[in-house]
Write a protein that binds this ligand. Structure first.
Ligand code: GLN
Length: 285
C-alpha cells in the first residue's frame, strides 16, 4: 500500500469484505479526507505516495468503519444544505430528508425581512445554520436537552459564520423558553423512531448515534404531543409550525394538529423519495 491507487484498492476490498454498502464511494471519501482534496480531484492524485502517517491514519479509519462507526463520525464532518458540519458522537448525523424541513420554512418566510425562528432539538445545529444562512435577516433560538450536542452546535454556527444570529438554550421541549408568543416560526426534527424499532436499525445508527436523538417512545410520537400543544404559546399569530416526521407518521401527526384549535392550514410536504416528511401548520390570526 504505497500509492494512492493502491490505498484506494486496499480500502475498497477491506470495506467490501466487511459487507459495508457502497465501498468504493466510502473509500473515496476516506482517501479524499486524508489528502485534503475533493472526491472529484482524487483521480489526479492516484500516482502520489502516501506518507507513513497517512497510511497509519487510513488504517485507523478503516478499522473504525469495520466496527461500523458511521463514516461521518470517522471523518468528523458532513455536509447539510451544502454547508459543512462538524460531527461528534453526541449529535444525530444530519440526513438529506431534513433539508425539506428547511426548504419548507424558507419558502414561507423568504418575504420576511427579520423572522425569529425557534429550532427545538437542534443537535448538530444543521437546521439552525441552514435557516440562518438562507434567511439572512433571521434570528434563531436553538435548543437541545443535551449540553454535549449544544457544544457541537455552537462550533457549527462559528464554522459557518452565523454565530451572531443563532442563540442556544439548554432544556426540554418548549416550556422553559416560551412565556410569550415571539416567534414567526418553529422548526423541529424530534426523535421519532418507535422505541422497539431501535434494535432493528443499521448498526451505524443503532450502536453509534445518540438514542436521545432517535427514540420517539412506544409509538414514535412522544415528542409531537407536547410540541404541538405548547407551540401555540411561542408563535405569533400567523406563525408557522414545521415538524419532520418518519415515513408513515404524517396522518397521525396531522390528526394531532387538527385536534389543536390554534392551528389551521395543515399541509404535508413530501421528500425527494415521495415520502410524507414534513407537516406544516399555521397559527390562527
Ligand atoms: N431520520 C433518522 C433516521 O431515520 C431519525 C431522526 C429522528 O428520529 N428524528 O435514522
Amino acid at each position: 500500500m504505497s500509492t494512492l491507487a493502491d490505498a484506494l484498492a486496499w480500502t475498497v476490498d477491506a470495506l467490501r469484505d466487511a459487507g459495508i454498502p457502497n465501498p468504493r464511494a466510502e473509500a473515496q471519501w476516506l482517501l479524499a479526507d486524508l489528502r485534503c482534496v475533493s472526491r472529484s480531484e482524487l483521480p489526479l492524485h492516484v500516482h502520489q505516495v502516501l506518507t507513513p502517517t497517512q497510511q497509519q491514519r487510513l488504517q485507523t479509519a478503516v478499522g473504525q468503519r469495520l466496527k461500523r462507526v458511521p463514516l461521518q463520525q470517522v471523518l468528523g464532518q458532513t455536509e447539510f444544505f451544502s454547508f459543512p458540519f462538524k460531527i461528534t458522537p453526541h449529535v444525530l448525523i444530519p440526513r438529506p430528508e431534513t433539508e425539506i424541513l428547511v426548504e419548507t420554512l424558507v419558502n414561507r418566510l423568504k418575504g420576511h425581512s427579520a423572522p425569529r425562528i425557534l429550532d427545538i432539538g437542534t443537535g448538530s445545529g444543521a437546521v439552525a445554520v441552514a435557516l440562518a444562512h438562507t434567511l439572512p435577516g433571521s434570528r434563531i433560538v436553538a435548543t437541545d436537552l443535551s449540553a454535549d450536542a449544544l457544544q457541537t452546535a455552537r462550533e457549527n454556527v462559528r464554522l459557518n459564520c452565523v454565530a451572531d444570529r443563532v442563540a442556544f438554550l439548554q432544556g426540554d421541549l418548549l416550556s422553559p423558553f416560551c412565556s410569550r408568543p415571539v416567534f414567526h416560526a418553529l422548526a423541529s426534527n424530534p426523535p421519532y423512531i418507535p422505541s422497539a424499532d431501535l434494535a432493528h436499525l443499521q448498526p451505524e445508527v443503532r450502536d453509534f448515534e445518540p438514542h436521545l436523538a432517535l427514540d420517539g417512545g412506544p409509538d414514535g410520537l412522544r415528542f409531537y404531543r407536547p410540541l404541538i400543544s405548547q407551540a401555540g404559546a411561542c408563535l405569533l399569530r400567523g406563525g408557522w409550525l414545521a415538524l419532520e416526521v418518519a415515513d408513515g407518521q404524517a396522518p397521525r401527526v396531522a390528526a394531532l394538529l387538527s385536534r389543536c384549535s390554534e392551528f389551521r392550514q395543515i399541509e404535508t410536504v413530501r421528500d425527494l423519495g415521495g415520502i410524507e416528511r414534513v407537516l406544516l401548520a399555521r397559527k390562527r390570526r
